[in-house]
Design a protein around this ligand. Structure first.
Ligand code: SF4
Length: 406
């Protein structure tokens, strides 16, 4: 391995002794970065942690602190990052990117002795690095134009290593059509990471990218990680028309606001291969009518709920969330611990100082509620309906793992 290459490493991705790939979602932002480097004649490479021992001393390695960009509810578990830095910061130049690095640069620098912090979108940092040779910096106010991004460097990953187990999907990729959201929910930390970015690829460019992913790199399924897929509705409509006409062998999922979904767009999404839609639910938009309408078309639903990130025991609000899961009645439900990072970042800073993360009573309650919800016979039937035999076996395996591990 060469020292003039910029390396990107995802934490805990591959265990050399067991040959197990732990990470099921590919690091799209790093594949974007590697493509941008290539366009500028610089080599970038995605590596596993197990390959670091082969690098020359003093290599530059960028790591991200979250598995994917979590715009409003990032995980507060950073112990894997601390362990990584303890091992490698003395030997290499480690740069931290991601939501934690963006929000808590001082705490992370102090805890990890990293060479530098990349705040905001890593692609902006790489564009700047290509011009100045300097990697660390604050890029929160940069506003990248997604339509100018090269196709992500899919050659850096093996499609067969990634999966979306709940749907039984294999050869699973992560894609991004747009970045930004026109809403401004007061708790949402999207601006902390994305600033006021509101950008979208062209439908034709997105189709080209999907064709490359499917036909040249073997992806068959995918998830649009856009924080709000329907933010640019007319572009999505065009993309759906192009996808439906292309007959590409590609099934996918996306996330958007419930209120953006109507009959017309649902028909277009389904015709284009969309088979799962995720959305956030709170007391104001908790509705099972729309869920029924979506599922009637053969699209499964994944409802996200916010549970306290601060208290160790369930609060009355958390209790209401657990009840809401049953009344909304989506195919899947994902109650997630949430810290109001935008308004109370200091709280999270206090918490991430405290390692390692320990499961508390609320974690255990969430796990119980998730199992109870998904293992109800009626729900199991809905989850498995329409998946086909191979996907059903994979999904069943994933629920078995959930029972044993989660
Ligand atoms: S709709 Fe979602 S992404 Fe948009 S501001 Fe609200 S919470 Fe954030």
């Amino acid at each position: 391995m060469r020292s003039d290459v910029l390396y990107f490493c995802v934490l805990n991705s591959y265990d050399r002794t067991t040959g197990v790939h732990n990470r099921e979602w590919l690091p799209l932002c790093f594949l974007n970065c590697i493509s941008i480097l290539r366009r500028n004649g610089i080599e970038g490479r995605l590596i596993n942690e197990s390959e670091i021992s082969d690098l020359p001393v003093g290599s530059s390695i960028v790591v991200t602190t979250g598995s994917i960009d979590r715009w409003f509810a990032p995980s507060i578990r950073v112990d894997a990052l601390y362990r990584f830095c303890e091992r490698y910061c003395g030997r290499h130049r480690v740069f931290l990117s991601g939501i934690h690095a963006t929000l808590f640069p001082d705490v992370l620098l102090e805890k990890t002795h990293a060479a530098g912090i990349i705040r905001g979108m890593p692609e902006a940092a790489i564009e700047s690095f290509c011009k100045t040779g300097v990697l660390a910096g604050d890029f929160r106010s940069s506003s990248p134009d997604l339509s100018t991004f090269p196709v992500p460097a899919f050659d850096q990953v093996n499609a067969g290593h990634f999966a979306f187990r709940a749907m039984g999907w294999e050869r699973f990729g992560v894609f991004e059509f747009s970045r930004g959201c026109k809403e401004s929910c007061d708790f949402c930390a999207k601006t902390c990471f994305y600033g006021d970015t509101d950008t979208c690829k062209t439908p034709e460019g997105m189709l080209r990218e999907l064709k490359i992913a499917v036909e040249e790199h073997g992806f068959r399924t995918g998830y649009f990680m856009d924080i709000c897929f329907l933010n640019h509705r007319s572009a999505v409509e065009r993309l759906c028309e192009l996808l439906a006409a292309s007959k590409l062998d590609f099934t996918w999922a996306c996330e958007t606001r419930l209120k953006d979904l109507d009959d017309e767009i649902l028909d277009l999404l389904h015709a284009a291969g969309c088979r799962m839609i995720g959305f956030g639910v709170d007391e104001l938009n908790a509705t099972s009518d729309l869920v029924e309408k979506i599922e009637k078309r053969g699209i499964k639903t994944l409802a996200y709920y916010i549970v306290s990130g601060l208290f160790a025991s369930p609060t009355p609000a958390d209790q209401r969330v657990f009840e809401m899961m049953w009344s909304v009645d989506s195919t899947f439900a994902n109650p997630r611990r949430f810290l109001d990072l935008k308004n109370h970042a200091w709280l999270a800073e206090e918490i991430i100082k405290d390692v390692p993360y320990r499961q508390d009573e609320l974690d255990l309650r969430i796990r119980r509620e998730i199992l109870r919800f998904h293992l109800a016979p009626r729900r199991l039937f809905r989850i498995l309906k329409g998946l086909g035999i191979a996907n059903t076996v994979r999904a069943a395996r994933s629920f078995g793992n959930l029972l044993l591990r989660r």
